[in-house]
Design a protein around this ligand. Sequence first.
Ligand SMILES: *Cc1c(COP(=O)(O)O)cnc(C)c1O
Length: 365
Amino acid sequence: MSNFSFIRPQLAKIKAYTPHPGGKVNLNLDRLDTNESPYDLSQELKQKLASIYQNQIETNRYPDGSHYHLKQAISTYVNESGNSNITLDNISVGNGSDELIRSLLIATCLNNSGSILVADPTFSMYAILAETLGINVVKIGRSETDFSIDLDSANQAINNQNNQIKVIFVVHPNSPTGNALTPQEKDWLRSISEEILVVIDEAYFEFSQDTLVGELKEHPNWIILRTFSKAFRLASLRVGYAIAHPQIISALEKIRLPYNLPSFTQTAALLTLTERESILKTIPETIKEREKVYSNLSKISGIKICPSAGNFVFLQLKNNEEMAEKLKQEGTLVRHTCNGLRITIGTPEENDRTIKRIIRFTEKS
Ligand SMILES: *Cc1c(COP(=O)(O)O)cnc(C)c1O
């Protein structure tokens, strides 16, 4: 019998990331735990997509491994909304931004060649992926009042030569806490040595409308990540993209699998970009709903809730786990994480139910 000693011992300590084990998500629940859009693509768009699939995609042929048309559409979209002038050389497309995060880690820190710095609470995937690659993660904290990064600790961690920080990951706005980068935090990023890669994850850009893409030219050590999983409603199809200096992009292109994006996925992403005017029309509603959820929940004593620039809110109560469990029993799925609850903004009806349920449970206890 093999004892499977060929598997790296490091992996024994790691649990596989399975958000819904057994594929069991009760479709009757309000699914507000993963920050997806509450709206599927319209039947009309799905039909367009199906027709392209039927008539133009040859399933026996490999996809376009250069992502040429998709990159073109991405560059147009980014430039029109970001005061930038990026070209195809500035873009790499991944199977979700998760793939890009992994490729970045491989390109920078593999083989004990450096550590990453994250400010907790933040997106868990950076540390999870780093750990599977045996890459050291240095964690610093955030302010308990507004969740801004503890910049003194960050600078100390960077200046400590033992840490060998090579990459800093920030989310703008942060998940799970929702805060956008403050002017101080932006200045800090501008001051980081060009020897360190700064990853700015703008997964929620369409909700915050605040981007640093216009400053990429002055900062060749910055990279911006975006995704089609949130505002563009394509979480099921896995598309993310990175924007950076051509030299960083070329490293990512070497590392990624040659056919990382199926033809169908490329077609869908391209279609949502072409139709972005109609797809992004729901953003103002989401923002309005977010403010509704925020103002209703912030009135409740015992709940700490912070202003959010994303399509979700983060709240902290005395007993977060119990609240998550009660909400689930009543039909609302939320994410219990980082000593709080992250709740996605859903449809107006879903949000009303969330508010009602939380009010009921806080009144009872
Ligand atoms: C949702 C999210 C992503 C998107 O990941 P995909 O792999 O593109 O689905 C990336 N970063 C953050 C911070 C997110 O919240």
